[in-house]
Design a protein around this ligand. Structure first.
Ligand code: NAX
Length: 331
């Protein structure tokens, strides 16, 4: 059996963490041979609740769980971690816009970037889930200059999973048979769920999703808006934001980053190098493949006029968010 790796989950007393911790500790993320030592960070008033989570983890009697460290101290939480799930933040409530959250949450990610810089392994892989996830990841990276910026990513995998699931239901195939759906840009209502490169396996043969569905108005209209607004729809129904599906998506993202994607494309928010004419130096979601723990943007895709407008609109929002965030950090 390998030596345990240290993995931190922030917002560990919250609802996403409640689903996520089991997935990490059961081997679904780092593999069935990799023991994990879990560091659980939350704020001081939540330590009592966190104690209950620690009890439940013990009661799961998981063979891969090498230890648990609950704490309210970011530096202690980030000490020697190889993977960081930054979930903790103020969640969006019904009727609340993401922009309202930015000022409150950006400060948290500035502080956590500084703590990661001091305490984490220099090869730590950081996944930001807490919203606004893309901009929080950018700020976190900026305040952790000793860690490569490629090691900071934001979660758009939930959007990818939602998009894949919508298309699978529309076509009438299992979700695993829909591939190459892309989420471009921000994890917000400006994101662009793009089915133009997607393929599906129907009757044993791989075909283009655009050809199978043969309804441009749907693929540019209801499909896009359903995925963009899915988070709000879950809040309206559940009176709480997505948690089970968010935890599953976080597991998918980190598993693929650690263990590789082979020929699958997955969407991740990564620091943009300007690929596909996107703004540089914002955390923008691209299709990537992962080999040996390194992600690489899928190259050479054709961008239609419609896609161009969508890519530019979400890029513009990210540039604005970045400016707002940098202003908040100056205070
Ligand atoms: P909860 O309110 O259930 O839990 C958040 C936890 O974070 C709380 O226990 C809170 O005490 C803790 N926290 C607050 N400030 C902290 C700090 N400075 N350090 C450590 N912990 C801190 O929210 P939950 O439903 O778990 O959602 C967490 C975040 O995920 C929210 O920002 C939410 O908007 C975001 N989401 C992101 C998604 C994505 O696809 N990127 C989708 C799901 C979710 O909406």
């Amino acid at each position: 059996m390998a030596e345990p790796i240290r993995v931190v989950v922030t917002g560990a007393a919250g609802q996403i963490a409640y689903s996520l911790l089991y997935q990490i500790a059961s081997g679904a993320v780092f593999g069935p041979q990799q023991p994990v030592f879990l560091h659980l960070l939350d704020i001081a008033p939540m330590m009592g609740v966190l104690e209950g989570v620690v009890m439940e983890l013990a009661d799961c009697a998981l063979p891969l769980l090498a230890g648990v460290l609950p704490t309210a101290n970011p530096e202690e939480a980030f000490k020697d971690v190889a993977a960081a799930f930054l979930v903790g933040a103020m969640p969006r409530k019904e009727g609340m816009e993401r922009k309202d959250l930015l000022a409150a949450n950006v400060r948290i990610f500035k502080e956590q970037g500084q703590a990661l810089d001091k305490a984490a392994r220099k090869d730590v892989k950081v996944l930001v889930v807490g919203n606004p996830a893309n901009t929080n990841a950018l700020i976190c990276s900026k305040y952790a200059p000793s860690i490569p910026k490629e090691n900071f990513t934001a979660m758009t995998r939930l959007d990818q999973n939602r998009a894949q699931s919508q298309l699978a239901a529309k076509i009438g195939v299992p979700v695993k048979d829909v591939k190459r759906v892309i989420i471009w840009g921000n994890h917000s209502s400006t994101q662009f769920p793009d089915a133009s490169n997607a393929v599906a396996i129907v009757g044993g043969a791989q075909k283009s999703v655009s050809e199978i569905i043969n309804d441009d108005a749907y693929l540019k209209g209801a499909f896009v808006t359903t995925v963009q607004k899915r988070g709000a729809a879950v809040i309206a129904a559940r009176k709480m934001s997505s948690a089970l599906s968010a935890a599953k998506a976080a597991s998918d993202h980190m598993r693929d980053w650690f263990l590789g994607t082979e020929d699958r494309w997955v969407s991740m928010g990564v620091v943009s190098d300007g690929s596909y004419g996107t703004p540089r130096d914002v955390v923008y979601s691209f299709p990537v493949t992962v080999t040996n723990g390194k992600w690489k943007i899928v190259e050479g895709l054709t961008i239609s006029d419609f896609a161009r407008q969508m890519l530019d609109a979400t890029g513009k929002e990210l540039v604005e968010e970045k400016q707002e965030a940098l202003d908040v950090c100056k205070d």
